[in-house]
Design a protein around this ligand. Structure first.
Ligand code: 5GP
Ligand code: ZN
Length: 140
């Protein structure tokens, strides 16, 4: 079995596992984090499997950067956070838990401590509502 066969995010790309999708194009996919660190926590991933930044091909990195900015603007428009934390972890020692390149977009509000990892799974209907709000901001 290759890394990509067992990889959770590759399964989402293939449609073998469900995800609350926000956006996709040829090289990238954005979906809601299942265990959000804050309201609106979204992940941007490369569709191609690469464990982390060090292994990612440059065209996929550039595409992911463009999608990250696009989603960052949509989150800002849709949810009006006071700030937006963008994080990307490389290696277990850095806190990485899913070894497929992804960028965290974590909305932040004044007075609330913002982590990178959440503690509880979100309700599917809450994630769907957030994804719809962010999607609407992408197209408006
Ligand atoms: P990492 O620590 O690797 O940077 O972050 C992995 C992120 O992926 C975590 O925030 C975690 O909640 C999220 N995650 C893990 N498995 C799934 C999944 O099956 N679906 C979704 N939507 N998010 C996931
Ligand atoms: Zn993968």
């Amino acid at each position: 079995m290759s890394d990509a066969d067992s990889c959770v995010f590759c399964q989402i790309v293939r449609g073998a596992l469900p995800a609350t999708k926000v956006y996709e194009d040829e090289r990238t996919l954005a979906f809601m984090d299942i265990q959000p660190a804050s309201h609106g926590h979204t992940l941007v991933i490369s569709k191609a499997h690469a464990a982390n930044l060090l292994e990612l091909a440059e065209p996929d990195l550039l595409a992911a950067a463009a999608t990250t900015q696009r989603i960052a603007r949509a989150i800002t428009k849709a949810l009006a956070p006071d700030g937006l934390r963008i994080a990307q972890l490389n290696g277990a020692a850095a806190g990485q838990t899913v070894f497929h390149y992804h960028v965290h977009l974590i909305p932040a509000w004044e007075g609330q401590r913002v982590a990178i990892h959440g503690r509880e799974r979100a309700k599917p209907q809450e994630l769907a509502a957030l994804a719809a709000q962010i999607q609407a901001a992408l197209t408006s």
